[in-house]
Design a protein around this ligand. Sequence first.
Ligand code: URP
Ligand code: ZN
Ligand code: ZN
Length: 460
Amino acid sequence: MSLLIKNGRVITATDDYVADIFIEEEKVAAIGKNLTANANRIIDASGMLVMPGGVDPHVHLDMPFMGTFSSDTHETGTRAALHGGTTTVIDFVLQKQGHTLSEALAEWNSRANGTAIGDYSFHMAVTDYNESTRVEIKKMVEEEGITSFKTFMAYKGALMIDDRQMVGLMQEVKKQGGMVTVHATNGDMIDYLVAKHRAEGKLSPLYHYLSQPEVTEAEASNRFAEMIQYTGCPGYIVHMTCEGALNAIRRGTTRNKKVFVETCIQYLLLDASLYEKDFEGAKWVMSPPLREKKDQATLWAGINQGLVQVVATDHCPFKWEQKKMGEKDFSKIPNGHPAIEHRMELLYGEGVAKGKITLNKFVEVTSTNPAKIFGMFPRKGTIAVGSDADILLLDANATHKLSVSTHHMNVDYSAYEGWPLTGKVKTVLLRGQVAIENGKCLLPKGYGKFIKRSKVTSII
Ligand code: URP
Ligand code: ZN
Ligand code: ZN
């Protein structure tokens, strides 16, 4: 199967030009003006933006969490991602405390292999770092192509590791050429505040927000950055939300620390006033919580300053019935919100169309940087000869509204209901196959490939 995309405006993290793209055997085979290659199919992209497929490095599919499972499977989640122009996702494998990394990986493989429609990879979440876990790190990096190790400084009693384990893990991961990623909030402080609010009978979603003040994130981000400085291990902070945390990293850059920062689309666009909607606020109960308008301004600035390298989603959807597990107690609301489908269109509409970021920056933070940081570049994250033909055609002038009635995620509400946007994903290719066309997904269940990733030391 070969394909020729004609006359599109090709945007990468650095380029902007009109050209044709010839695709053969899953890869970009040629890029140039007036290509005459004999293709099975020609797509006229005149007037369209032609960009690399999105790479979302932070999604939770079919994940056991807080007494239930996130509601998108690898099939429904990657299909929804493709509808929104994201062709590759990185999902999280969670080690069970008292069990091995290999056992956890086998469990996730059995859920994702043969079901994912889009391409995917895994981060390994280390929730129990001990001598036997240490020995498994090398195997994950060398044999499984899993080079990033996720840690939680919060979710005490379930996922959290202490600083002793963190430093040990960093030393081993550095040795094996990987990266440590982190949910950076102070688990003990949060635990105290949750217990205090519950004891005072303060049980609505607003108290989820009030139990995780900015200082809990600023303190943990600073501590993580210091441990990265000490160990020399590359680090990555997931879902950063606020000024205090970003300032900790800003200070760290003066010492040339290797700490990458990810924010998520919701932290750029939504704020904590949503927690004042009584129990409806549960739709936005996530950790860390939404913050203030001043934090949004800091994060947009951080993107343009290069301090925030990635915009992800932390997609972790729960249906309304699941959210209602916490109707009488905010601490029982499953944490997370649905966004995998809308990251690209929201960032385009609110960022590029409104003049907050450039087109090149859009590609950089949604595709190129996550592919580079997580060892998939240049196979993923750009449009270049030899790269996978993961390509997105976006109509910059089309307008639309987001809604539960039109989205493809397996969740029965939208966190962005009625949100008007300029710019719509029209056609999506995954490894040269048309994945999305005329609003339909054309790829079968199981089309998605597991992407083994390179050592981090080779890319930074
Ligand atoms: O609320 C969130 N973020 N849920 C998913 C788990 C995590 O902390 O990333
Ligand atoms: Zn987290
Ligand atoms: Zn997450």
